[in-house]
Design a protein around this ligand. Structure first.
Ligand SMILES: CCCCCCCCCCCCCCCCCC(=O)SCCNC(=O)CCNC(=O)[C@H](O)C(C)(C)COP(=O)(O)OP(=O)(O)OC[C@H]1O[C@@H](n2cnc3c(N)ncnc32)[C@H](O)[C@@H]1OP(=O)(O)O
Ligand SMILES: Cc1cc2nc3c(=O)[nH]c(=O)nc-3n(C[C@H](O)[C@H](O)[C@H](O)COP(=O)(O)OP(=O)(O)OC[C@H]3O[C@@H](n4cnc5c(N)ncnc54)[C@H](O)[C@@H]3O)c2cc1C
Length: 662
């Protein structure tokens, strides 16, 4: 019946052990914030300006580019008309763009934050308002065809000419062509360009420069600038990721973003407090990816868990009705760890945001002591959470069987978008190696007697020797300590292995490369341990109803026990955990799966993701999957005519001639 919720899904909601709304309030920072978020979203969802477009999966690339651009421009207009505040801006935009990524988005995600973080007060005055009001549109142009990861290896040059007080931006080779920046191909008329700064005959490394790339009159490329789109990608095709080449393009000296480093009119270079401050915008963006990973995994879990309650398949017991597929333990084992990881990453993202605000606040006052930890934490968390998210979305897709493979499920697009975060803003392996570099340094410091603090404090506190005796594997504290022990042992092992290689005569660099698999695993164990600890501390300390705490505790147990059993070898290696402990963890894990089963739908509902954001027939809140699957397929362009034109062009003549031969 129209309007009714699928009865299986309705029953799940009735039987939950806790109040979903209370958990939603916890996730979003309070009831008032939830109400506000829903209200802001409703402004976009009810606006006819955003409805009526076809499903993006049925659009051509050009249609997609245009329709998302149009939507994005409407958002700018509406933000003014509706007086949307800074605080509500991203909620409104996300809802209006239904999570899509138009070319304009990089102005908001990367261009404006770069001006904010790298610009002087004067530069902010000059460019922020035009960028915010969208009288200029900007890209973040760093990556080149030949170099993305190795920023020090970028080839674009910015050579200072004191006679005119200008920088000359130049792309000396094909491989120096800027390649990938979002919105660069067709949309932007400005870009912050990362280039090697040369002044007084010396190279001072990569710095950011504000470069106008298109005419503000007719949008044609500025003299000396060649621009274009790099072509379709796995996903995100509404965005014109682009290329740019510069042929001795002159920009005023004041266009170098000079908050940290400066070039005086006579060409004198003034050093920043740290050469890595030019990378501060990357650190910020990586931090935001942690919440994106949480949200992407929350979306995938929502789709797969709801569908698994609607879908009935096979016979569990002879003669009985087909069970909901979520009743199969194997299905729970696929989905609940993804659900638990989404919660774990949500809380980790919250920590990351607080840490970023606190350390950058100190840096503003000249205290650079937190920069190294902030970089290591943001790089490691970005790498770990996006990797787990990407793999997890695919697990969710496969858990939905054949329908999961259809675009109707929303999962293929979610996967292709989500997985881009493993590469963008610092390739994941490279990022994890940055975290490893920090850990090795910390380990060496702790060996020489220094007491470590912050997220690495445990490296000096945890004893590497095995602990004997029975353990209560269901105790969160025991689990956290086990994770810390595992990480500390792996960091120690990788660092000592490096020292051994160096003692055998290898250079530091060769020793690093020959130990890099160990280093990556150690850094992953460190981040994993951080996420477990942060999750456990959150559930233990947060002010919330006991029924909510109880379900979150089970979820935290699941995340942690799943990690222990999946990586059992690491925990067994030095006898810290025994075979009996791992067996106990496995049994507990099975018990927690069963315990969470009745709350699974309420747990995904608590993410409060609107159907308009999920884009999924399988994950609909009302669970009316089959009728909508049928309706969705009718929209396929191949169904526009009963007999497709290619029948007349190819198939009919072919069949006719074959028949004639009979
Ligand atoms: C509801 C549904 C939800 C759906 C979800 C979907 C969401 C969709 C969202 C989509 C958003 C998509 C937007 C895409 C935007 C992408 C933008 C980009 O990629 S832009 C392009 C992004 N590109 C990249 O990210 C490039 C990646 N590469 C790099 O960042 C660098 O080249 C490097 C870090 C790898 C090396 O740097 P290098 O200079 O060679 O450094 P060395 O190794 O020699 O280490 C020397 C010392 O420096 C230290 N240090 C290093 N970095 C930092 C730092 N940041 N700070 C502080 N310190 C730092 C380091 O620790 C070391 O210290 P020590 O040990 O000596 O004490
Ligand atoms: C969707 C998307 C949007 C993007 N948007 C932008 C944008 O707006 N602006 C912008 O400037 N760029 C953008 N990029 C580019 C992105 O930042 C780079 O692709 C990314 O930093 C990875 O660099 P790379 O492509 O050079 O990879 P590579 O470094 O070439 O990676 C290839 C392989 O080499 C390995 N590798 C490289 N170096 C090391 C090392 N030191 N140790 C061990 N292994 C190594 C990597 O692990 C990987 O397996 C975007 C990319 C994508 C996919």
């Amino acid at each position: 019946m129209a309007g009714q919720v699928n009865p299986d899904l309705a029953k799940e909601r009735e039987n939950a052990s806790f109040n979903t709304q209370k958990l939603t309030n916890l996730l979003y920072g309070g009831a008032e914030k939830v109400r506000r978020r829903r209200y802001i979203e409703s402004l976009a969802f009810s606006d006819p300006a955003y409805s009526g477009d076809e499903d993006p999966v049925f659009m051509s690339r050009e249609e997609l580019y245009s329709s998302q651009l149009k939507r994005a421009l409407t958002t700018v207009q509406r933000v003014k008309e509706l007086n949307i505040t800074e605080e509500d801006l991203s909620t409104y935009r996300n809802a209006a763009l239904s999570g899509g990524m138009p070319g304009l988005a990089l102005t908001w995600i990367a261009f404006i934050p770069t001006i904010l973080q790298q610009g002087t007060e004067e530069q902010k005055q000059k460019w922020l308002k035009p960028a915010q009001d969208l009288s200029i549109v900007g890209a973040y142009a760093q990556t080149e065809m030949g170099h993305g990861t190795f920023v020090r290896g970028l080839e674009t040059t910015a050579t200072y000419d004191p006679s005119t007080q200008e920088f000359v931006i130049h792309s000396p080779t094909l491989t120096s062509t800027k390649w990938w920046p979002g919105g660069l191909g067709k949309t932007s008329n400005y870009a912050t360009v990362m280039a090697q700064l040369y002044t007084q005959g010396k190279c001072y490394g990569p710095h950011n420069f504000m470069v106008q790339i298109r005419s503000l009159e007719d949008h044609t490329p500025c003299p000396g600038v060649t621009l274009g789109d790099i072509g379709p990608k796995m996903e995100g095709n509404a965005n014109d990721n682009g290329f740019a080449r510069f042929d001795h393009v002159r920009i005023p000296r004041e266009n170098m973003l000079m908050k940290f480093a400066r070039v005086e009119p006579d060409g004198t270079y003034v050093q920043p407090a740290s050469s890595k401050l030019a990378y501060s915008n990357m650190v910020y963006l990586r931090g935001t990816f942690v919440m994106s990973a949480a949200q992407a995994l929350a979306s995938a879990s929502t789709i797969a868990v709801r569908y698994s309650c609607v879908r009935r398949q096979s016979e569990m017991k002879p003669g009985e009705p087909e069970p909901q597929i979520l009743d199969y333990q194997t299905q729970q084992y696929k989905l609940f760890p993804q659900l638990a990881a989404a919660y774990a990453f949500w809380f980790a993202a919250r920590f990351m945001t607080q840490q970023h605000a606190s350390i950058t606040g100190s840096m503003e006052k000249g205290d650079m002591s937190g920069l190294a930890e902030l970089h290591a934490l943001s790089a490691g968390l970005k790498s770990y959470t996006t990797a787990v998210m990407s793999a997890g979305i695919d697990v969710c897709r496969m858990s939905c069987g054949g329908h999961g493979y259809s675009h109707a499920s929303g999962l293929p697009a979610l996967f292709s978008t989500g997985t881009s975060l493993c590469t963008a803003e610092g390739e994941n392996t490279v990022m994890m190696l940055q975290t490893a570099r920090y850990l090795v340094k910390c380990f060496v410091q702790s060996q020489s007697g220094k007491t470590l603090s912050g997220t690495v404090a445990y490296l000096s506190a945890v004893q590497p020797s095995p602990v004997s005796g029975e353990r209560n594997m269901s105790d969160l504290g025991t689990q956290v300590t086990a994770f810390q022990h595992r990480a500390a042992r792996m960091v120690r092992h990788a660092a000592l292995q490096m020292q051994t290689e160096m003692q055998k005569g290898k250079s530091r660099e060769d020793a690093w490369n020959s130990c890099s698999v160990l280093l990556i695993k150690a850094a992953q164990a460190h981040v994993h341990s951080f996420v477990v600890r942060n999750f456990a501390e959150t559930v233990q300390t947060v002010e919330v109803e006991e029924s909510v705490r109880a379900v979150l505790t089970s979820l935290c147990q699941l995340y942690s026990l799943h990690g222990i059993t999946e990586h059992a070898g690491d925990f067994l290696m030095d006898g810290y955990l025994t075979g009996r402990d791992i067996d106990a963890a496995s049994s507990l894990l099975s018990a927690v799966l069963a315990q969470l089963r009745p709350d699974a739908v309420a747990l995904v509902d608590a993410f409060d993701l609107h159907d308009k954001m999920l884009h999924s027939v399988l994950g609909r809140y009302d669970g009316r999957v089959y009728e909508h699957l049928y309706q969705w397929a009718q929209k396929s362009p191949l169904n526009k005519t009963e007999v497709h034109e290619s029948y007349y062009k190819y198939l009919q003549p072919f069949l006719k001639s074959n028949r004639a031969k009979l």
